[in-house]
Design a protein around this ligand. Structure first.
Ligand code: DX5
Ligand code: ZN
Length: 244
């Protein structure tokens, strides 16, 4: 399992310092929640903040775009140093075009599904995906309660991707992830877990990371699926796109 802590639960008065501490603790990915006040009720931050954090670390930047018409901002986030751009199928009019545009920018392309959106929405987008994000809450805020039906949905997502010939596509879960549901999510097929409030509740990041790893380790036979192996190989690659 790959843990992607959500910056939304960090201390916004000292983000650079916090990102460096996460990297020093051995965290592999950083989840950056971009909220526009239109697709979701909340407003967070945009590409300039991502760009400001980029020189602070080499963490793999997992950028979750909760933005109406997110396809208008893909180049901005690529230039800011994103590695993975995740768009919501509910927020873009032509999801296939947006996913292809992300890949054209030489980034990984992710697709997110709200709790009410069925896996069938992914069927004809499956060739264009690098990652599938299953939301465990309605997007907009950290600290919400996990919707228990998410575990069955993760299992259905893994089975569907395998049936569609995409054993290599990792499944990510975001929202309400905790030490209490990590084991069941990994067993159901989750490869990447986002955690905001639960992870940042523990001030010692190395201890927090170890606790999540231990909670995920209940089902070793599922640990090395092709999708996890694929995601583990993803790294941040600085490029001219970043303008640095
Ligand atoms: C919710 C965001 C999440 C959130 C997770 O809309 O996309 O990434 O920060 O926070 P927790 O883990 O507290 O639910
Ligand atoms: Zn998120």
């Amino acid at each position: 399992m790959i843990l992607s802590p959500s910056l939304l639960s960090a201390d916004f008065s000292r983000l650079g310092e916090q990102v460096r501490a996460l990297e020093a603790a051995g965290v592999p990915w950083l989840h950056l929640d971009i909220m526009d006040g239109a697709f979701v009720p909340n407003i967070t931050f945009g590409a300039p903040v991502v760009k400001a954090l980029r020189p602070c670390c080499d963490l793999f930047f997992d950028v979750h775009l909760m933005v109406e018409g997110a396809d208008r901002y893909l180049e901005d986030f690529a230039a800011a140093g994103a590695d993975l751009l995740v768009i919501h199928v509910e927020a873009v009019r032509h999801a296939q075009r947006a996913l292809a545009a992300i890949r054209d920018l030489e980034l990984k392309a992710g697709l997110a599904l709200d709790p009410g959106t069925d896996i069938s929405a992914v069927r004809w987008l499956a060739p264009d995906l690098d990652l599938l994000l299953i939301m465990g809450v309605n997007p907009g805020f950290s600290g919400q309660s996990f919707l228990p039906q998410t575990t069955a949905k993760v299992r259905a997502a893994r089975e569907a991707l395998d049936a569609w010939g995409r054993e290599d596509v990792p499944v990510q879960v975001d929202g309400g992830v905790s030490l209490g549901n990590t084991g069941e999510l990994v067993a159901a097929g989750a490869d990447v877990l986002v955690s905001g409030s639960a992870f940042f509740r523990e001030p010692d990041h190395a201890a927090g990371l170890a606790a999540f790893a231990a909670a995920a380790d209940t089902t070793p036979e599922t640990q090395r699926r092709p999708s996890l192996v694929a995601a583990e190989a993803w790294r941040h690659h600085a490029s001219e796109k970043e303008g640095i």
